[in-house]
Design a protein around this ligand. Structure first.
Ligand code: CP
Length: 356
C-alpha cells in the first residue's frame, strides 16, 4: 500500500478540528538541511529537537497531509521493527500506518514474551539482531531504561514511543502540530499579543510521559504562550513536578502557573490539554478524577481540547461533536508527523525535500 491508496482522501466531518496544513506550508519556508541532520539519529527525548527541526518536520508533515497522493513510496525497500511491549492503540497503529503509507514493510512484536527476552536474552543481543533484520525500530516499553540499554548496540535508528513514565516525544510533536494547524500565525516572526495563547494542562508533569514531553516541546516556542496553567488536585499525593523540572521550563521561557479550580480557569483557556493516565510499572494509575470536561463545562467558546487518548471518564463523549474537539484531529495528525520523522531517520528525506 502506498500514499496514493490512502483513505485520507475520504470526506470527513468538519466538526472535528478543522485543520489547515496548507497554512503551515505558507508560513514555514523549506530548509531541508534540518531534515537531513535527522538521518540515522536515535530519538529518545523531546530535548533533542530545536525549533528549526520541529518547524521543518511540521512542514513536511503538512506536505504529506495536504497532498497525500503526491508522494509515492519513499520508504520502499525499508523494514520497520515495531516493538510494543505495553498496550497501545494510537502510537503503534499510527507508526505502522505511517510506514505503510510511505511504502515500507513492517515486522511487529506486540508481546515481549514471544521473543528471546522471555528466555533471559539481554536487550543488547536483541538490539544486535534488530540491526540484521530491519532499518528502524519503534519501541514502547514500560521499563524506562530499556531504550538506553539498546541504543549503544543499535546501528539502525530507534524511536522512543513511550518509556515508562519518562517520555513520549512523538506524541508531543503531534500535540504541537495540532496547535500550529489550529493557529498557524503562532509561527510568524511577530505574534500579536492578543493572538498568544493561554493553555491549561490537566495532568501531572512529574509522572506523565505525555505531559513531560509536551512541556519540553512547548518550551521550544515560549513566545507563543501567555501562560501555561497546570491544573492539579491538591489532595493528590503525587509530587507535581520532578526535581528541577519546573525551574528548567521557566528558564526556557515558559510562564507556568498553578490552579486547583478547573472551572474557574476554563473560560480563559485557548487550549485545554487533559490526560489522566500515568504508566507506572506494569500498569497505570488514573489521576485527577475530580477533573472532568463535558459539553456543559465553561469552555471558552473558541477554545479547543487536546487529549493524547486513551480517554476515561475525564473527557465526556458529548464533546466529540463540538468545535472544541481537536483531540481526534490531534490523533490523525500524528500519522503525518510520524511519516515526516521516519522518512528523515532512514535517510530518505532527499526523496521528498523540494517536491511540491
Ligand atoms: N497517545 C498514546 O500514546 O496512545 P496509545 O497508548 O494508544 O498509543
Amino acid at each position: 500500500m502506498n500514499v496514493a491508496d490512502a483513505s485520507f482522501n475520504r470526506e470527513r466531518p468538519d466538526v472535528y478540528g478543522d485543520a489547515h496544513p496548507k497554512a503551515l506550508l505558507r508560513t514555514i519556508q523549506e530548509d531541508g538541511d534540518f531534515l537531513l541532520k535527522l538521518s540515522n539519529e536515535h530519538i529518545l527525548s523531546s530535548d533533542q529537537f530545536c525549533r528549526d527541526t520541529l518547524k521543518q518536520l511540521f512542514r513536511l508533515a503538512a506536505k504529506y497531509e495536504s497532498n497525500p497522493t503526491r508522494f509515492s513510496s519513499p520508504l520502499q525497500g525499508k523494514i520497520l521493527i515495531s516493538a510494543f511491549y505495553e498496550p497501545s492503540t494510537r502510537t503503534r497503529l499510527s507508526f505502522e500506518s505511517a510506514w505503510h503509507r510511505l511504502g515500507g514493510d513492517i515486522m511487529s512484536i506486540t508481546d515481549r514474551s514471544t521473543t528471546g527476552i522471555a528466555k533471559g536474552e539481554c536487550l543488547e543481543d536483541v538490539a544486535e539482531m534488530f540491526n540484521n533484520y530491519g532499518d528502524c525500530v519503534v519501541l514502547r516499553d514500560n521499563q524506562e531504561e530499556s531504550i538506553n540499554a539498546m541504543m549503544d548496540t543499535l546501528r539502525i535508528p530507534i524511536i522512543n514511543a513511550g518509556n515508562g513514565s519518562d517520555e513520549h516525544p512523538t506524541q508531543a510533536m503531534a500535540d504541537l502540530y495540532a496547535i500550529f494547524k489550529w493557529r498557524p500565525e503562532l509561527l510568524q516572526a511577530e505574534i500579536a499579543p492578543e493572538r498568544k495563547i493561554t493553555m491549561g494542562v490537566i495532568g501531572i508533569p512529574s509522572k506523565m510521559r505525555t505531559v513531560r514531553s509536551l512541556l519540553k516541546t512547548l518550551a521550544v516556542f515560549p513566545e507563543c504562550f501567555n501562560e501555561i496553567v497546570i491544573i492539579h488536585d491538591a489532595a493528590s499525593k503525587a509530587d507535581l513536578f520532578a526535581p528541577g523540572q519546573r525551574e528548567e521550563l521557566a528558564e526556557r521561557g515558559l510562564k507556568i502557573t498553578l490552579s486547583e479550580d478547573l472551572d474557574a480557569v476554563l473560560p480563559r483557556l485557548d487550549v485545554t490539554y487533559i490526560n489522566a493516565i500515568a504508566w507506572e510499572g506494569d500498569g497505570f494509575e488514573t489521576y485527577g478524577k475530580i477533573f472532568t470536561l463535558s459539553a456543559s463545562s465553561p469552555l471558552k467558546p473558541d477554545g479547543i481540547i487536546l487529549h493524547p487518548l486513551a480517554r476515561g471518564e475525564e473527557l465526556a463523549k458529548d464533546l466529540d461533536n463540538t468545535t472544541h474537539n481537536w483531540y481526534f484531529s490531534q490523533a490523525r495528525g500524528a500519522v503525518f508527523v510520524r511519516m515526516a520523522l521516519l522518512t528523515c531517520m532512514v535517510q530518505r528525506a532527499e526523496r521528498v525535500i523540494d517536491v511540491v
